[in-house]
Design a protein around this ligand. Structure first.
Ligand code: PMP
Length: 377
């Protein structure tokens, strides 16, 4: 059985796990306790982790806010701009239809307070056209929210072009980099944005921690009250061991990303070759030229992905949508909004891997999938 659902959550790297265990078992102090050295030690660990995170994103450590993950970070920005939007009378928000629910639903929640949420749709390439989005920018546009890489299709959105334009126009830009953080490191470092969200567990860090990079003077209203931690943006005791784990995941990602990228590319070439050689009938969802190397979203002709996944139990763990929605199966809203035919959406399977995935095991799993598919075709 091979795990091929890295987009939902990647296995924690051994070095990260060891860091978490070591810190959790030896550092009992609250990082904000100033009356003893246990507190000071914990604070030193948190600040060192903050530096590692900042290093990976090429920002100042001050700009890093630890959160529980991208869902919280996205909410922090969107909900946190409510007061600022009201004060400045900027109540227009632009997002794409393929955003994660933590952006879609958070933006929808603001519409109850008089905010207008405009949605931009991709075409069947899965990519939103930059011009399409930018022509909607108005003087009262408060925020544009666009993900860097889509979690279901792996499609890279034109956040570079959009960020440059929005910076000139002085419009706030939230980039959800949950699927690119720790992977497209050079690309992220060059982006223009005001807020960038990510989760550690997507790049072999621990679950339950992530962050928000703040690159703006606009003060977000915090979602919670009760402490001054994380500059007041995110009150509550900082999880020292998780911060250390995230820091480790970031330094490993920074150190290894070129090697990792080559490895991911090689794995993708292998996957596509096995599929091609098997003679199954299929289509790849989303424009392959803009897809990351760590996944494919594929529809096998005439094979429902739900049925296929039942047969794949014990062979490999894959998915047919985002984990957040796959327990109550409905057709993927991402693929739907790309305008794909219903049968193709029903057939869509997401296979995602990481740099530590064993090539031979991957090859075998994909060959097994194709074998089962051939039985249907
Ligand atoms: N944004 C994207 C693009 C994601 O893929 C995910 C996780 N599926 C999230 C946000 C939310 O991340 P988390 O569940 O770790 O908060």
């Amino acid at each position: 059985m091979i795990y091929l659902d890295y987009n939902a959550s990647a296995p924690i790297a051994l070095e990260v796990l060891n860091t978490v265990i070591e810190v959790m078992s030896s550092q009992m102090g609250n990082a904000d306790s100033r009356t003893h050295e246990y507190g000071a030690n914990s604070m030193a660990i948190v600040q060192s982790a903050r530096k590692s995170v900042a290093g990976m994103f090429a920002v100042d450590p001050q700009q890093v806010i630890f959160t529980s993950g991208a869902t919280e970070s996205n909410n922090m920005v969107i909900q946190g701009l409510k007061d600022y939007g009201k004060q400045t009378n900027k109540k227009h928000i632009i997002i794409s239809s393929v955003e994660h629910k933590s952006v879609l639903e958070s933006a929808k929640a603001l519409s109850k307070y008089g905010f207008e949420v405009e949605t931009v749709y991709p075409d069947d390439s899965g990519r939103v056209k930059a011009e399409d989005l930018l022509e909607r920018v108005r003087p009262d546009t408060l925020l544009v929210g666009l993900m860097h890489v889509n979690n279901e299709t792996g499609i890279i959105q034109p956040v570079d072009q959009i960020g440059k334009f929005l910076k000139k126009r002085g419009v706030l830009f939230l980039v959800d980099a949950t699927q690119s953080a720790g992977k497209l490191i050079d690309e992220i470092q060059k982006l223009d944005y005001d807020f960038l969200s990510f989760s550690a567990h997507k790049f072999q860090g621990p679950q339950g921690i992530g962050g928000l990079i703040i690159n703006s003077d606009v003060r977000l209203t915090p979602l919670m009250y009760g402490g001054h931690q994380e500059r007041g943006y995110r009150p509550g005791t900082v999880p020292v061991a998780l911060c250390a784990g995230l820091g480790k995941a970031c330094s490993l990602a920074l150190e290894n990303h070129l090697k990792n990228q080559n490895q991911l590319k090689e794995l993708k070439t292998t996957v596509l070759k096995v599929i091609e050689d098997s003679k199954v009938k299929y289509s790849i969802n989303g424009d392959p030229d803009y897809c990351v190397d760590s996944m494919i979203n594929i529809s096998f002709d005439d094979v429902s992905s739900e049925a296929l996944m039942v047969l794949l139990k014990g062979i490999c763990a894959v998915s047919n949508g985002s984990a957040c929605t796959s327990n109550e199966y409905s057709l993927s809203y991402v693929l739907k909004s790309m305008g794909l035919p219903e049968n193709q959406i029903e057939e869509a399977l997401r296979i995602s891997w990481g740099p530590d995935t064993d090539e031979n095991e991957l090859k075998k799993a994909v060959a097994d999938i194709c074998q089962i598919v051939l039985g249907f075709q």
